[in-house]
Structure formats: structure tokens, C-alpha cells
Design a protein around this ligand. Structure first.
Ligand SMILES: Nc1ncnc2c1ncn2[C@@H]1O[C@H](COP(=O)(O)OP(=O)(O)OP(=O)(O)O)[C@@H](O)[C@H]1O
Ligand SMILES: [Mg+2]
Length: 450
């Protein structure tokens, strides 16, 4: 993409309405525009990152054997009456009446619709295990939408639902989701710590929230500092192996890590003092085993091997896809702007032309641009007629992890400069070398998708 042909409405001033850094930077970088409280348009660069996050989620869901579907945003109230949640859900549900005076709603979550699909088409244990998921917009009429995409009213969520014959099989599905989430967040450059969450009325140990540590997080969290040393990494895992998934769950959840909802000071105080941490965190996902809560009330049963019908065992598992943009920025920025992790960056590299209009500099930039593209990289070429300082400020603000600076002085010796956004380190090299360095840098990102 050439910047002169792109649509990236960068703001010069700090927007007054933004209270936290991610919201401020997303507005300044021209990624989103608020349309109503908690409702946003996604401008091209915001959409690019949103799509990259979705892509990672899809790839990791596929790896775990989960099947994508797409359910409507507008749902019938009758389904929610069957589960009993229509009256329970309260003010957060956006209720709509159609022209025939039928009660509809904009889905805040999808347990009812997915259970309806299941009961219409599955009746034998032979079709299990089954996990269906979607990435779809949700609406929750939050009382205080704030912090930009972090707490919106309309937001994009991955929601997945497992269907299993037995409780043990459903718990394996739970563990499988935990593994796939660890991998997904790491590919986004995030450490998201599974923390024991509140099971609500259902109770039990079988819900974890994934939290990204950040000062601006809305949850208070308590954890054993050893947990931050854990890394899932590129280990190979067989998602069908009960033992392997269970082992990962144990590794990542055996140390103390809880939100204020489940915090237990007596247990916490048994951890050696130097390892006790109190901090704040952003919830970027949650996994939940709830058994037959919906299958019983909605009549989703399967015939088991013994010929008897039993309600199917279920769980639901969410990732806050649009919230993740905010969480990533909160975890990765400096005073100049965003620092995108390589796995989600909107463009892999920015090309800065120091002397726009100079024939040889222009053609060197064009050649570099073409070469990067031919290697499967996506560069943003700042071809504006602007001062170098302004161009640097823009690439820094929008957070591209790498910058290639091209000017007549360097070119005289066949040199350009490759600069890391994260470390600020700048190295002179030939344009060819810069391209091969970037191909190398992005190889792990490509490999992680395989
Ligand atoms: N209003 C929102 N705006 C953006 N993302 C959200 C919002 N509400 C929930 N999410 C994201 O969707 C994921 C799954 O939804 P879930 O039902 O667990 O949310 P929740 O526990 O009600 O979230 P919260 O406690 O933050 O209100 C959450 O982990 C979160 O990342
Ligand atoms: Mg939650």
C-alpha cells in the first residue's frame, strides 16, 4: 500500500474522550471511529488488525478440530424463553420488535441458537464429539461503554460450543480449548494467563478467564509470579490426546492465579511473599463447562450406545476478538505510539522515502516495495511529500515493527537503514539485505500458521 492512496485518517491532537492509552492510540492512528456510545466503525487499518486476529483464531480453532459456522445477530426471543434466559438477562439485552410485533433481540451470546441447531440435526452419540464456533458481532447494552473497543456495546467475539456424550468428554473439550487459546494468544504476542473464574450459579472449577496483565485492566488479579515464566511456545500437541491436553491444563493452572471474584487470601498467603503479585488484568477470553444446563431445558438429547436418550454435555468458550486490539496495545506501546507484535501488525514494514521526488530515491523505494511484495510481505510505503520527521512520527505512531529508511546519501553506497520499532536499533545494509532480514524475521510468524 502507498500511503498517498490509502485511507488512514491520523489525528494530530490527542482525542479528549479517550481515557486510556489504547483508545487514544487507536483513534490517533485512524483505526476506528465512534458512531454511538460503544459502537464503532472500523477504518482500514483497524480492520486489517481485526482480520489478522480473526485469522489466527480461525487457524487455531481448525488445529483443535473445531468447525466454523455463522449464526445470525438477530435472534428470536422464543428460543430464549425456552432456556429461561429471556427474562433473566436484563437490561444488557437489546430487545427489538419486528413489524409483526414479534419479540426479537440482538444476540449477546449464542447458547440458545447453537443448541437449537444441534437438536435439529444431531441425535446420535456417533456424531460426537462436536465443537462448533463462530466469529460474530454481539451486542450488550453495557451501562458504561468505555475505553474504546475494550468495553463496547457492539463487539466481535469468537464463541464456541462443545457437544459431548459424557462429562469426561466435555472436560476434555474444555482442556482442548484451553490449549488452543494459549497458542492463539501467544501468536498475537500476548501473555494471557488462565485464572480461575467465578462459575456463577453453576459453580465448580470449570471456568477460567484469560487475563492480560495491564495497569488499565478492569479486573483485580492475584497470582504467583512463577506463572509469568510459563510459555506454550511451538510445542506440538495432539488435541485428541486426553493426557496431553490435561497435562497442559495442569501446567498452566496449578499455580495460584485468580481474579478478585474468586480470590482467597488464605490460600494466596501460603505462597512465598516474594512471589505474591497483585495487579490488574484485561479479560480477553473465558472457557466454561456447564454440562446439561441448555440441553436439558431445550431438549437437545442424543441416543447413547446403550440406546438411551441423554441430554448432551456442553460448554461455551469465548474470545474477545475486538477487545484484543485494545489489550495488545495496552501491553505493547511507548510514548511514541503503538508497537505491534509481528503476528498481528497491519503492515510488516514501513518504507520511508527521505527525498520524495528525487528520481533515484523514488525508484529505489519502488524497487524495494516490489521486492518485499514478491516475498509475500505487506509493506506500507510512505510516499507523501513530507519532512522526514513527520514520516518517522507516523510509522512510530501506527506501530509498524520495522522501518526501512531510504535516502540519497545512503543510496550512494547502496545502503538503506533497517530500524526496529521495539528496540530503536538501526542498522545500515543494502536493500537486498534488508529484504532478506525481514523475510527471516517474519518466518516464525508464517511457520506458526502451518
Ligand atoms: N462489552 C464488551 N466489549 C468488548 N469485548 C467484550 C465485552 N464483553 C465481553 N467481551 C469479550 O468477550 C469475551 C467472552 O465474553 P464473556 O461472556 O465471557 O464476557 P464477560 O465475562 O461478560 O466480560 P466482562 O466481565 O468483561 O464484562 C470476554 O472474555 C471479553 O474478552
Ligand atoms: Mg467472561
Amino acid at each position: 500500500m502507498r500511503l498517498t492512496r490509502y485511507f488512514m485518517p491520523v489525528l494530530k491532537e490527542d482525542p479528549k474522550e479517550a481515557q486510556i492509552v489504547s483508545h487514544r492510540l487507536m483513534l490517533r492512528a485512524g483505526m476506528i471511529k465512534q458512531q454511538s456510545a460503544g459502537i464503532y466503525s472500523w477504518l482500514p487499518m483497524g480492520l486489517k488488525v481485526l482480520n489478522r486476529i480473526q485469522q489466527i483464531v480461525h487457524e487455531e480453532q481448525a488445529r483443535a478440530g473445531h468447525i466454523p459456522v455463522l449464526m445470525p445477530t438477530i435472534q428470536s426471543a422464543d428460543l430464549w424463553r425456552e432456556s429461561g434466559r429471556y427474562d433473566d438477562y436484563g437490561e444488557e439485552m437489546l430487545r427489538i420488535t419486528d413489524r409483526h410485533k414479534r419479540d426479537m433481540l440482538y444476540g449477546p451470546t449464542n447458547e440458545e441458537v447453537i443448541t437449537d441447531i444441534f437438536r435439529a440435526h444431531v441425535s446420535s452419540y456417533k456424531d460426537l464429539p462436536l465443537t462448533l464456533y463462530q466469529i460474530q458481532w454481539k451486542f450488550r447494552d453495557e451501562i458504561r461503554p468505555r475505553f474504546g473497543v475494550m468495553r463496547g456495546r457492539e463487539f466481535l467475539m469468537k464463541d464456541g460450543y462443545n457437544f459431548d456424550l459424557t462429562r469426561d468428554a466435555a472436560l476434555h473439550a474444555y482442556n482442548r480449548h484451553l490449549v488452543s487459546y494459549l497458542r492463539s494468544y501467544e501468536r498475537m504476542g500476548l501473555q494471557a494467563i488462565p485464572m480461575r473464574a467465578d462459575g456463577g450459579p453453576i459453580g465448580g472449577d470449570y471456568t477460567h478467564e484469560f487475563l492480560v496483565l495491564a495497569e488499565t485492566g478492569e479486573s483485580e488479579v492475584f497470582y504467583d509470579s512463577e506463572i509469568t515464566d510459563l510459555k506454550f511456545g511451538s510445542r506440538a500437541i495432539d488435541y485428541d490426546s486426553v493426557e496431553q491436553c490435561q497435562a497442559v491444563l495442569e501446567e498452566f493452572t496449578s499455580r495460584y492465579a485468580r481474579t478478585d471474584e474468586t480470590h482467597d487470601a488464605a490460600i494466596f498467603d501460603q505462597i512465598p511473599e516474594e512471589r505474591r503479585r497483585t495487579a490488574r488484568g484485561i479479560e480477553v477470553g473465558q472457557i466454561f463447562y456447564f454440562g446439561t444446563k441448555y440441553s436439558e431445558s431445550m431438549g437437545a438429547t442424543v441416543v447413547g450406545p446403550d440406546g438411551n436418550r441423554t441430554p448432551v454435555e456442553m460448554g461455551s468458550h469465548g474470545i474477545g476478538v475486538s477487545r484484543l486490539l485494545g489489550a495488545i496495545i495496552e501491553a505493547s506501546h511507548d510514548d511514541k505510539g503503538i508497537i505491534w507484535p509481528e503476528g498481528v501488525t497491519p503492515f510488516e514494514v514501513g518504507i520511508v522515502n527521505l527525498k520524495q521526488g528525487d528520481a533515484s530515491t523514488d525508484s529505489a523505494c519502488e524497487a524495494l516495495y516490489a521486492e518485499l511484495k514478491s516475498k509475500g510481505l505487506d509493506p506500507l510505503y510512505d510516499d507523501r511529500d513530507e519532512r522526514a520527521g513527520a514520516k518517522f512520527a507516523t510509522v512510530d505512531l501506527i506501530g509498524l515493527p520495522w522501518r526501512i529508511t531510504v535516502g540519497p546519501r545512503g543510496l550512494a553506497n547502496n545502503k538503506v537503514e533497517l530500524t526496529s520499532r521495539r528496540t530503536g536499533e538501526a542498522v545500515e545494509m543494502s536493500p537486498q539485505e534488508a529484504v532478506s532480514r525481514l523475510v527471516e524475521v517474519y518466518q516464525p510468524v508464517k511457520d506458526a500458521a502451518l
